[in-house]
Design a protein around this ligand. Structure first.
Ligand code: C2E
Ligand code: CA
Ligand code: CA
Length: 851
């Protein structure tokens, strides 16, 4: 853009300058009306004189000022006598004595001499510029003359002769035409000297002593090996004046060879050409010197000009005649008589017009370019405007859209907030009960603990026997039960504690800011008290207890993980020590747990290695004292853990499911043992086998009993299975069904530990049992006179009314035996008769009876 601007600026400046050059400059006015006198010694009509005069006039006119130019002709050439000069003197003196002359230009020797002689007299003593004086003439100028300068008339025959030889290499003879006048002889001599130097073999013939007729005849008869060089020739040998140009015309008319000349006035009349001294150029140079003088230069300070007045000049009309073309001529040749060529004639005009046209074209192009540019810009502007309005519309639309999206976004943001809150709730809450969950405990409670200094308590709550209820009554009931329990637990919630459901039937209470151990204990009791009232779920009235383990922050750990594990262990221990209670964590609990872990680990190995064994405790008929049968009681003699009572490992076996295989093993082995015993001793001893509720819940339980019986071919009526009262009570319906099937096999069922659980005889109506084993708890008191209420006899009475056999457990004294006998208890089992006896000792024990 900047570059384009620069170019157009430059072009405009150029145009301006060109225009300016056409306008005449307003120079100093003093050149106006200067008077110039041109003095010619020849007559008007003589080409040499006319050309010089014309050149002088042209040059002054071109200069643009108003000059007064006077031209005088002395006519000396035709009348070369002293009277001619005298006449001239009188005439010019009279004419110019009262005129101011500023410059004299003389066009040859005679006028220069005339002017220098008389200028003081009547020509205002003006400076002189000469022309038309050759080198010899200059030498003759009187040294006293000053205040002049001029243009020398230089003739160059060398170049013309060389030209003749070039155009005709076969040239043998050169004729020189000159007259016997002073200037004719000197010119002739110059030519002869030149020819001798250039072409020594050239035959040179001077024709100065020939008459005009003789010359014409010679020219007429000359062949191609000769040519003619015409110089100064105005008089023939007889002294007759010859009209030079007319003479040249005559020669040209008869000649068969090109005729050469030294002056330009010779051609145009039949002369071919040469390196010519040009009259016009002489005059022009002289006028230029004159202009310099007029503008203030001293004439004598300007050097005499010797160059620039000659040029190769040829007559175009004769080229063809002598068999030449333009190309044969020197490069800088000037042709006269050339056919009219507009271009050549008006070259500068054409060039100027072309230049102006070019400039106009250039301007037009620039203009068009800018118009195009403006149009494009306009279009673009229009487009942009359109785009802009479109954009504006879009923007307005976008703004609305953005507003709408902003609305949606804030709505989405709000939703997101809600969702994240919900998500947080979902992630941190238990879906069943709505209580906080394990994640919450680990994340939120932990971060609370991190900043806490006061004591806190972790209550690990595990529902006792929930699993049985869940299995027996279905998951829906179980879930509902859990919901009701969680509602009850929430009654204890306040800002200082948090209730969490860990999963299954496990809950955790985290209680902060506890002041004492007693306060912590009290909270446990409050929890347990929530379980006193039975739960009513889908028509069932369920009684449930819980076991609680407590760990203290920071005493038992600083992390939720440790505190939870320790509370869990304490809970486990609490459950082991009889359920429905609470226990604070301590080091021993940890040991116990470790033992439990070991027990679990060694179970399978123990069974495979025969570490388990069965002891038999006799059951005696109260009235007769006879042995009716035995209860099979399991023992474990472990090389790693020592001799273990079933109290230590049965529950673990139940919890791990190991009881299923262990229970079957016990049933099979005890039946097998009794069968052999009966066979050996010819007796009908019964065997009572303890059955865990876990076994009962097995689908194939009835099948398993059936299989063992048939495998061993064991009489079913000699087998009694013992089931703990509490277990039966927890899942009455399911168990009753199974027990009926067992009964159908012929096996009898005993309700073990009667009195420790529900103690509700009403339930017994629905259960197909045949034996009640009254727990040692009731037996212990029967002989105590301080005991206010003795339940044993009531139980015996009621049991009998329900047609059940009553067995008293844990009978240790004779008094107890006597009491039971008196009250009609059917059988007695206890240390009074015997501790459980290893299988290997049983024969011996039996035989000791009969002694
Ligand atoms: P249980 O079924 O109530 O068994 C009676 C327990 O009382 C036995 O303890 C027995 O040794 C003990 N005992 C008997 N007479 C007296 C007495 O006069 N005074 C005292 N202080 N104790 C007496 P044991 O053998 O340690 O068995 C404990 C419990 O282990 C059993 O209680 C029973 O519930 C369970 N158990 C034992 N063997 C098995 C078994 O094979 N399977 C299953 N599922 N449980 C078994
Ligand atoms: Ca038992
Ligand atoms: Ca028992």
């Amino acid at each position: 853009m900047i570059k384009q601007q620069k170019v157009s600026l430059f072009l405009m400046l150029l145009f301006f300058l060109v225009m300016l050059s056409y306008v005449p400059t307003e120079a100093s006015q003093y050149l106006d009306n200067k008077h110039i006198l041109i003095l010619n010694s020849y007559q008007p009509g003589f080409t040499w004189t006319d050309d010089q005069t014309q050149a002088i006039l042209d040059t002054f006119q071109e200069d643009g000022y108003n000059y007064t130019i006077s031209t005088e002709y002395l006519d000396w050439k035709r009348y070369p006598y002293s009277t001619t000069l005298e006449h001239a003197y009188q005439q010019l003196q009279y004419k110019y004595v009262n005129q101011e002359i500023d410059l004299i230009i003389t066009t040859d020797d005679i006028t220069f001499q005339f002017a220098s002689l008389y200028r003081k007299d009547f020509l205002s003593d003006a400076p002189i510029v000469f022309s038309g004086i050759n080198s010899e003439g200059i030498m003759e100028i009187d040294s006293s003359i000053d205040n002049y300068t001029g243009v020398m008339e230089v003739i160059e025959p060398v170049k013309t002769i060389e030209l003749a030889l070039m155009l005709n290499p076969d040239l043998k003879t050169l004729y020189l035409i000159y007259d016997n006048s002073e200037s004719g002889l000197s010119t002739g001599k110059l030519c002869i000297d030149a020819a001798k130097v250039i072409a020594p073999n050239l035959n040179i013939i001077s024709m100065n002593n020939m008459t005009a007729e003789e010359i014409i005849d010679t020219v007429k008869s000359t062949g191609p090996e000769a040519t003619f060089l015409i110089t100064t020739y105005s008089f023939d040998a007889d002294g007759h004046y010859i009209e030079h140009e007319q003479f040249c015309e005559e020669l040209g008319a008869v000649s068969q060879v090109p005729l050469y000349h030294l002056y330009d006035f010779g051609i145009n009349k039949g002369i071919f050409g040469g390196y010519l001294t040009i009259g016009y150029l002489q005059g022009k140079q002289a006028a230029m010197l004159g202009l310099e003088i007029l503008s203030g230069q001293e004439a004598s300070s300007l050097p005499i000009i010797t160059e620039g007045t000659n040029q190769y000049t040829f007559d175009y009309m004769l080229l063809e005649k002598y068999g030449f073309t333009i190309n044969d001529l020197p490069e800088d040749s000037v042709l006269i008589n050339e056919p009219f060529s507009f271009y050549k004639t008006y070259r500068s005009l054409v060039l100027s017009v072309l230049f102006v046209f070019f400039l106009l074209l250039l301007f037009t192009l620039i203009l068009l370019f800018y118009i195009g540019k403006i149009r494009r810009l306009k279009n673009k502007l229009g487009e942009n405007n359109e785009e802009l309005s479109q954009l504006y519309e879009e923007l307005t639309a976008t703004e609305d859209e953005i507003r709408r999206q902003y609305g949606e976004l804030s709505e989405a943001h709000q939703q997101l907030e809600e969702y994240s809150q919900k998500l947080f709730k979902l992630a941190h809450h238990d879906s069943l009960t709505g209580l906080f969950n394990r994640l919450y405990l680990y994340e939120e409670v932990q971060s609370d603990l991190n900043q806490q200094k006061e004591e806190s308590a972790f209550y690990f709550i595990d529902l006792d026997n929930f699993k049985y209820i869940n299995d027996a009554l279905g998951h829906n009931t179980g879930d509902e039960l859990l919901q009701v329990i969680s509602l009850r637990l929430q009654k204890l919630c306040d800002q200082n504690n948090t209730l969490i459901r860990l999963g299954g039937d496990e809950f955790v209470f985290v209680v902060h800011q506890l002041k004492s151990r007693e306060e912590a204990e009290l909270f446990s009791k409050n929890i347990l008290s929530l379980f006193v009232a039975p739960f009513r779920i889908q028509g069932n009235r369920l009684t449930l207890t819980a076991s609680i383990g407590i760990s203290m922050f920071p005493e038992h750990g600083r992390t939720v993980d440790t505190l939870l594990r320790n509370a869990d262990m304490a809970m486990y221990k609490a459950k082991k020590s009889g359920k429905n209670g609470f226990l604070f964590f301590n080091g021993t609990i940890k040991d116990d747990i470790l033992e439990r872990i070991n027990i679990e680990r060694y179970f399978q190995k123990a069974l495979n290695n025969g570490e388990f064994m069965i002891y038999y405790q006799p059951q005696v008929i109260t009235q007769t004292g006879e042995v009716d049968g035995f209860e099979a009681l399991i023992r474990w003699d472990s090389p790693e853990l020592g001799f273990l009572s079933p109290y230590k490992f049965v529950t673990i076996a139940e919890e791990t499911g190991f009881i299923i295989s262990l229970g079957e093993w016990t049933l099979r082995n005890s039946c097998h043992f009794i069968k052999k015993l009966n066979t050996r001793l010819q007796k009908q001893y019964k065997i009572s086998v303890n059955i865990s509720v876990i076994q009962l819940f097995q689908e194939n339980f009835v099948n398993m009993i059936h299989e063992v019986l048939s495998e061993l071919d064991f009489p079913p009526h000699l087998l009694e299975i013992e089931i703990t009262e509490s277990v039966i009570m927890e899942s009455v319906e399911l168990i009753s069904e199974k027990l009926r099937l067992v009964q159908a096999l012929g096996v009898t069922i005993a309700l073990d530990d009667f009195g420790t659980g529900y103690s509700s005889l009403a339930y017994l109506k629905n259960i197909p049992i045949s034996t009640l084993k009254v727990d040692k708890l009731f037996i212990d008191d029967i002989t105590d006179p301080d005991s206010e209420i003795n339940l044993a006899d009531t139980i015996i009475d009621l049991g009998h009314k329900m047609k059940l056999t009553i067995v008293a457990e844990g009978v240790e004294t004779a008094d107890q035996v006597a009491y039971l006998k008196k009250n009609g208890c059917d059988k007695i089992q206890g240390y009074f008769y015997s501790k459980p006896i290893p299988a290997g000792n049983l024969d011996q024990w039996i035989s000791s009876l009969s002694i």
